[in-house]
Design a protein around this ligand. Structure first.
Ligand SMILES: Nc1ncnc2c1ncn2[C@@H]1O[C@H](COP(=O)(O)OP(=O)(O)OP(=O)(O)O)[C@@H](O)[C@H]1O
Length: 275
């Protein structure tokens, strides 16, 4: 399901062309290629250690690929190879466990300030930040969109995992990025919080923000996502329409054991097949 149909002539949101990333001297992404068109909500699925977080860091310019030798970068975002990191984050909101740890550490940071600071790509508000009424208005709107308005006034360190995640997504959305990259957004959420959170992601997907969802849980792939990439040991095992990729065979290969996949309406789930 595409977010909207006005992207026909836009460059792809993301193009990765045979990128290799080394960590500890070993290739953890190995000649990895991926294309995500703007508006095409995509899930990146893989087991522990398959390279998902490395991929997020590659896209966020926190890790760099090996130079391919042709002078070109193997990673292009919105058609461009070179980005200033602040500018890139204005177009691509990123929420990951590392971002959440950073915001919920001991330093006192108030929820509303955290969301407004998204306009300045800063961790909190400082004296030199000129906050306009329209910025405040948009921050209130983003918190409302995530069902987190009641948290205004609270300190980040006092929030539950799910509450803090909603605030950080509001912060990532405040300057209206064209896409949102979410790394394991449901980690640490209980059943009810996860369902509510996934419903808010569905609303975002329908509102035109392209979602890139990184997860190891098939049941978090919301119906609006129609492309799935299956990652195994740093390589693309399968990529394509959800129905073609979410099969027992493909997931069995990714997770290294027999997997049973069930479909419930527009949702899928997967479990280890009984021995
Ligand atoms: N700093 C590092 N030095 C050496 N190896 C690393 C480093 N960081 C990650 N790796 C290795 O890279 C591989 C991919 O790790 P990555 O964190 O990207 O996987 P992941 O798919 O996000 O895993 P998980 O689902 O467990 O979070 C793993 O084998 C991991 O041990």
């Amino acid at each position: 399901m595409h977010a909207d149909t006005n992207h026909a002539s836009a460059p792809p949101l993301l193009e990765i062309d045979a990128a290799t990333v080394l960590r500890g001297g070993q290739p953890v992404l190995d000649r990895f290629s991926l294309r995500v068109d703007a508006g095409r909500h995509t899930a990146i699925l893989g087991g522990n250690g398959s390279g998902k977080s490395t991929l997020v860091q590659l896209i966020a310019r926190q890790l760099y690929p090996l130079a391919p030798g042709n002078g070109r970068s193997p990673v292009r975002v919105f058609g461009r190879e070179h980005w200033n990191v602040t500018e890139l984050r204005g177009l691509l909101g990123i929420v990951s466990p590392a971002v959440q740890r950073d915001y919920t550490s001991e330093m006192p940071l108030e929820v509303f300030d955290v969301v407004v600071s998204g306009f300045f790509a800063a961790r909190g508000l400082g004296l030199d930040h000129q906050v306009s009424e329209s910025m405040r208005e948009r921050a209130r709107g983003a918190l409302e969109q995530l069902g987190a308005s009641q948290l205004i006034g609270r300190e980040m360190a006092s929030l539950s995992t799910g509450e803090a995640r909603r605030v950080l997504i509001a912060r990532a959305l405040v300057h209206r990025p064209r896409a949102l990259l979410l790394d394991e957004p449901c980690a640490g959420l209980d059943l009810a919080s996860r369902r509510r959170f996934l419903e808010s992601l569905r609303a975002l997907a329908r509102s035109g923000t392209t979602l890139l969802l990184v997860t190891h849980h098939v049941e978090e792939i919301i119906p609006e996502i129609d492309q799935v990439l299956l990652l195994g040991q740093g390589r693309v095992l399968r990529q394509g329409d959800k129905a073609a990729v979410l099969t027992g065979d493909a997931l069995g290969e990714a997770f290294g054991m027999p997997v049973h996949v069930a479909q419930h309406g527009d949702w899928y789930d997967a479990a280890a097949a009984p021995p």
